[in-house]
Write a protein that binds this ligand. Sequence first.
Ligand code: CA
Length: 310
Amino acid sequence: MSPVVIAHRGASGYLPEHTLEAKVLAYGLGADFIEQDVIATRDGVLIVLHDAYLDFVTDAEERFPERRRSDGRIYAMDLDLDEIRSLRVHERRRPGSSEPVFPDRFPRKLMEFRISTFDEELRLIQGLNHSTGRDVGVYPEIKDPALHAEKNIDLAHLLLTMLEDFGYRSREDNVFVQCFDAGELRRVREELGTDLKLTQLLADDDPMGPEALGTIAEYADGVGLPYSSLIRESPGSVSGMEGSGLSEEIHDAGLVVHPYTFRRDRTPAYAESFDALLAFFYEVVRVDGLFCDHPDDAVRIRDALRLDSG
Ligand code: CA
């Protein structure tokens, strides 16, 4: 199987993350999967948004200042869908500043973008699959399940129900469901009883040895983890990197490895170029897929390599 390109929040290198515009572009640029971060509104509608709060990618602070929580942030789960739909979305800015996180990306205030629902995004992707004859997959993340549970919202259940309504039901269907919360992802498999492929997300400080991987393999099909954990810097070598051995351990546990997040405008200094970084992960680390803000680059580099299957 050729490694898959997962468009991280859509083609977020070119258009504001998680907008339908970014998803259409990701589709057109040849992504194999398009990612959704899924959270719920106060009235229980699933929307696609990276953070539980609205602060850094919308004008919520100007529109609904009275809805701030004690931590100073405005949470999507405290607003109804109608209110959220009235917000304007822009390129992500830095906390406490109007400066964009990625200065060379889509200019703020040049265009108006909106938050969309999970339902709209699934309809968009399935419609494009119909009209193009392709089969681009979806890669939804259950975000902050414990925070939703405080509001009596069973986010995982709502998400699985909607996927089922759209025909995503079995291991063969073109979907991975991802979550950082290991207890929740195990519940998705064992209590909610899904057959869908599951990806356990890991952060830098999570255990990643054989024992932890064996536990994950009891309920999940893959792991998503920072790409830096799969390599070591190797200043003397041609690539500037060497594999850490973790990718092999993940495969030995029977799991696929989908590292995050490759960004052309965040290429680490140890890599010769973004292209070289991607090529190293395809050819040497032997990833099964990767999350990328620039799906066109990830597709182009992959397709230029002759990767052995196996
Ligand atoms: Ca995500």
